[in-house]
Design a protein around this ligand. Structure first.
Ligand code: CMP
Length: 141
């Protein structure tokens, strides 16, 4: 089925100037960017986005990293978009990410891991709505 998923190109990848190379991987896999913006997240925005991780030991470092510089937030649309994007990203820890994945090629550590992608249909719905109003999403048919 055609799905939408939320993708974030994280501060490390923006700083490395590989935004275009990462988006090309989405496009080459048949996903379309149907919404996009660059934003420097506030502490409140980052904490709210990652609220499900609030009790995890890495929460403070995660929020600090995600607010350390601008990110590019996108909605990707396509057949099986959620899983397709997760396959393109590779494992959360770049050291465990398969060859040819975004994290293997562009990421340094489990914190600075280049990209975020929604992990389920329920998260995708919440995460897309967290960053975009309905009128900011431009399906291209
Ligand atoms: P992301 O997909 O953005 O979701 C939560 C982030 O927390 C994850 O990517 C990692 O960058 C970061 N993180 C740091 N430590 C861990 C860990 N031990 N397990 C999972 N995620 C972690």
């Amino acid at each position: 089925a055609v799905e939408r998923t939320l993708s974030i190109i994280k501060p490390d990848a923006v700083a490395k100037n590989v935004v275009g190379q990462i988006i090309a991987r989405f496009e080459n896999a048949g996903l379309q960017v149907v919404a996009a913006k660059m934003v420097h997240l506030s502490q409140e925005q980052a904490e709210g986005f990652y609220a499900e991780h609030k009790e995890r030991p890495f929460f403070g470092d995660l929020v600090a990293f995600m607010t350390s510089g601008p990110v590019v937030v996108q909605v990707l649309e396509g057949e099986n978009a959620i899983l397709t994007n997760r396959d393109l990203m590779g494992a959360t820890n770049p050291k465990e990410a398969a060859e040819g994945t975004i994290r293997r090629d562009f990421a340094e550590s489990i914190d600075a891991n280049a990209v975020h992608g929604s992990d389920s249909a329920a998260s995708a719905e919440r995460e897309v709505a967290y960053f975009f109003n309905a009128d900011e999403i431009c399906p291209r048919g």
